[in-house]
Design a protein around this ligand. Structure first.
Ligand code: EPU
Length: 428
């Protein structure tokens, strides 16, 4: 298992290109299955979750070609015949559950493993299943699998997502575009990933009304054609590097290839830290403030503060001049990073779904480990400003969602290296 060895503190100076988005690419990949001809997706990052989903799609018989150098993914659904997503793959990545909507929508049948547990508490799929039932599908659960079937045309209906859910919206849209007479999703997610999916399905020939609002109405069409689509830039990676660029008082970073319109209210909240920020086309320049102003946030659905930046923000707040709090209203117990940042010297306490932070603390190097993607990256941020040597263990989480993280950070001055277990065995 690889780990990062990081020596801090180091200011970051230079330019970081933002990669394609993981969470936007996955729904587009599922949508490719619905076409009668191949779809090509560009700006696709080389991430473990993308490779996992490629394999999930391959199991069905689709041809998947990923040109990693170009970031171009071609999916040809012509030979799709096996309507199953097996547990061995779905357990590696929850978004594989998108196969349920895609296969049911295209073929009227699907057998998809339930995703199972998650590193930070319950992440149910009840809304996905109830919504499909409301649409007219028959859903059975057998030995950990969802067995779904539907007639050629389901009547449809109206289903309200409570709470709003990205994944359920994606699954219900995928299932309905070819198969539901008329289906309305209320309180639908309008995260940029969902908006992009819907816009591209319309380009493929789908009939979707209300894109970008909380009410989507879908009317089935007879067929969809493959298209070429540019995947969005990663808004969470963008936010992560904005935070990284504000944590050391001498840092100045420029982020390129940003989809600024996908950031919602985040830049406005970010300015409250006192960081200097200039946005121009697809470029954001950040100069760290001399003193970070303590800025409390609460996670919300888009365009509010994203839960996927909660851990990074709290970590930055250990460097703010005073008290702040960060509340997660989407996932109540996504705080596994807190005891690890405390090991580095952070003054943080979790009460219910809020972490209270007292700044500014001088962090000091230590060994830390974490249980999920965003927690891991927050530990990297902390280690880069901690005095001395830190080890961040279990970095396979990072390979799921941050493309070339150490190369990008090294190129702007971070002292970070990846040590593999084998290499360690030789040096020890
Ligand atoms: N929920 C239910 N029932 C359901 C589905 C969701 O109660 O059937 C609840 C969840 O428990 C949660 C809320 O609804 O409280 C929102 O969850 P959502 O369904 O929107 O999350 P998701 O689709 O499973 C995506 C991202 C996550 C991100 C969340 C929230 C992908 C592949 N994943 O998950 O990203 O945290 O939306 O924005 O798009 C990450 O990238 O690190 C990550 C975890």
């Amino acid at each position: 298992m690889d780990k990062f060895v990081i020596e801090g503190p180091t200011p970051l100076k230079g330019t970081i290109p933002i990669s394609g988005s993981k969470n936007a690419a996955l729904p587009l990949m599922a949508a490719a299955i619905l076409g009668d001809s191949p779809t090509t997706i560009t700006n696709v990052p080389k991430l473990r979750d993308i490779y996992t989903f490629n394999n999930v799609i391959r199991v069905t018989g689709c041809q998947v070609n990923f040109d990693e150098e170009q970031g171009t993914l071609a999916i040809d659904p012509k030979h799709l015949s096996h309507l199953e997503a097996p547990y061995e793959l779905v357990r590696k990545m929850r978004a594989s559950f998108y196969m349920l909507g895609a296969l049911l929508g295209k073929f009227g049948q699907a057998k998809v493993s339930l995703p199972g547990g998650c590193a930070w508490g319950p992440r149910p799929v009840d809304l996905h299943l109830d919504g499909l039932r409301e649409m007219g599908a028959d859903i059975e659960l057998e030995q950990g699998y969802v067995i779904a079937s539907a007639p050629k045309r389901m009547e449809g209906g109206t289903f309200k997502l409570e709470p709003s859910s990205v994944g359920a919206t994606v699954n219900l849209v995928l299932a309905s575009v070819l198969r539901a007479e008329k289906f309305t999703i209320k309180n639908a997610a309008k995260e940029p990933d969902v908006v992009l999916l819907c816009k591209k399905l319309v380009e493929m020939g789908a009939d979707i009304e209300g894109i970008g609002t909380h009410t989507l109405t879908i009317r089935a069409v007879d067929s969809l054609e493959g298209i070429t689509v540019r995947n969005a830039s990663d808004r969470i990676e963008t936010g992560t590097f904005m935070i990284a660029g504000a944590m050391h008082p001498e840092s100045e970073v420029t982020l390129t290839n940003v989809d600024v319109d996908d950031l919602g209210h985040f830049p406005k909240t970010f300015r409250k830290t006192g960081a200097d920020m200039t946005i121009e086309d697809d470029t954001i320049r950040i100069s760290a403030p001399e003193k970070i102003s303590p800025t409390s946030v609460k996670t919300q659905i888009y365009p509010g503060f994203p839960t996927d930046l909660q851990a990074q923000w709290s970590t930055m707040m250990t460097q703010a001049a005073g008290k702040s709090s960060v509340t997660d209203t989407i996932y109540y117990d996504r705080f596994s990073y807190v005891p690890e940042v405390v090991r580095l010297g952070g003054d943080m306490e979790v009460k219910e779904n809020t972490v209270h932070i007292e700044g500014k603390t001088q962090l000091k190097g230590a060994s830390v480990m974490s249980t999920d993607l965003r927690a891991s990256v927050s530990l990297v941020l902390a280690a880069m400003i901690a005095k001395g040597m830190s080890e961040v263990l279990r970095i396979y989480h990072l390979d799921r969602g941050y493309e070339d993280l150490e190369e990008k950070l090294r190129s702007v001055g971070a002292q970070i290296s990846r040590v593999s277990q084998e290499a360690e065995a030789v040096t020890n």
